[in-house]
Design a protein. Sequence first.
Length: 528
Amino acid sequence: MQPILINGEWRAANASGSFQAENPATMERLPEQYPISAWADIDAALTAAAQAYLELRRLPPERLARFLETYADALEANADALCALANLESGLPVKPRLCEVELPRTVNQLKQSAAAARDGSWALPTIDTATKIRSCLGPIGPVWVFGPNNFPFAYNGVAGGDFAAAIATGNPVIGKANTCHPGTAKMLAEMANGAAQATGMPRGTVQLLYRTSHADGERLAGDPRTAAIGYTGGRSAGLSLKRAADAAGKPMYCELSSVNPVVILPGALAERGAAIIEEYVGSCTMGAGQFCTNPGLVVLPAGKAGDAFIAGVVAKFKSLTPGTLLTKKVQAGLVESAAVLRAAGAELLCGGTPGGGKGYSFANTLLKASGAGFLRQPEKLQTEAFGNAALFVVTADANETVAVLTALEGNLTGSIYSAKDGPDAVADQAAYELLEPILRDKVGRLLNDKMPTGVAVCAAMNHGGPYPATGHAGFTAVGVPAGLRRFAALHCYDNVRPERLPPLLRDANPTGKTWRLIDGAWTLNDLK
């Protein structure tokens, strides 16, 4: 039985049961046993995190930054071992996916968050001299981070973006491993704990549990010691946690589901339909479609060009061997989702059956519905098929396209393809101006002439969107410094003596590089 990390020590769990991970490529269980923690473990982790928070809030940002950077260095130094284990547990390829894409992104997130902590501008320090009131964002308290199955590094509960953001703002993190890759989470937590010890961080800064009961998950969400939760995963479990967090007034930032609509206008089909087929198939089947930004719903016009596009995608789907799915549960979910879509009136064009690839897999699947059919059952025809499956909605005219977009739920992304040159570009521009305002309000990130897979870690990124894509459309799970502000509280100081103020709010700029809003003007200068 593998140990859990509590208060800086690896210890035996108070287990109510156990589980094993699987190798999805061979469909065989891996030998290690991992505990399902009883409430005693959760209680101990919360107590340790609450104590760590009291110490963390007094640490200088430089210490937080050094911890994150030391941890990032450890990931780079152990890249081969990390990627080999993540491959074993997830089936994701070592190269290019894990070692050349995801692990470097994880290192980058940690280092960007370190730079933000050191700079301090993320905290939006604000000074009003007339009223003697000053404020800035500061740490909020212990944060739980629930990692998903599809990103063993970049969203891991003890390494990913939520983890980095929470630490950079001065909060301890209790990571809940995803049961698909618990060994990877354990290896990451060992490195995080080593980095914490090397940089003199409080003992409970990073903790790790593998699994809890659903009842205990809801209980921890509402516990007074929990300050906030970051969750990436399935809608049902996420909403159960969110109800418990909402009832206790705890902020929970959850990424739940998204079909990421792609609208292809007539001029784009005429101008470069074959090229868009290649882009679409590559995006939809990459990683067996197991991305939260996978383009799972395509809206295109009826007619010969639309028919040719669909036929081209079907031919490509049939020619490609499906990739390995993360788990048997993902495979079963695709079976269920395809059945829901067909029962709602969608026509199966190819695929729709499990198997065909290595290990857990599902045939590359495409379904089709008319615009009128979609509007009769919009909720069911937006069922997320997490994996290598998609629904094409064929609309009769622009008005029907407007109606389809209006009926969409919230999504992480939305894309519009339009012609770039000639008379078709003029017509497509008119359609774009009609459709864009509708789609803009339905998504967090709007794209033009580009598939949505791939999320750049940069200051301008929004990886969020209206419900049910996320639990709060005003925040992003990716991007620094905006991502840090989810795990912060606004700290206001009224007539507080200068020597008692946080360094960011004193008259002298503590770094010389921190942007502060002083009497309505952003400046790097000291307050004279």
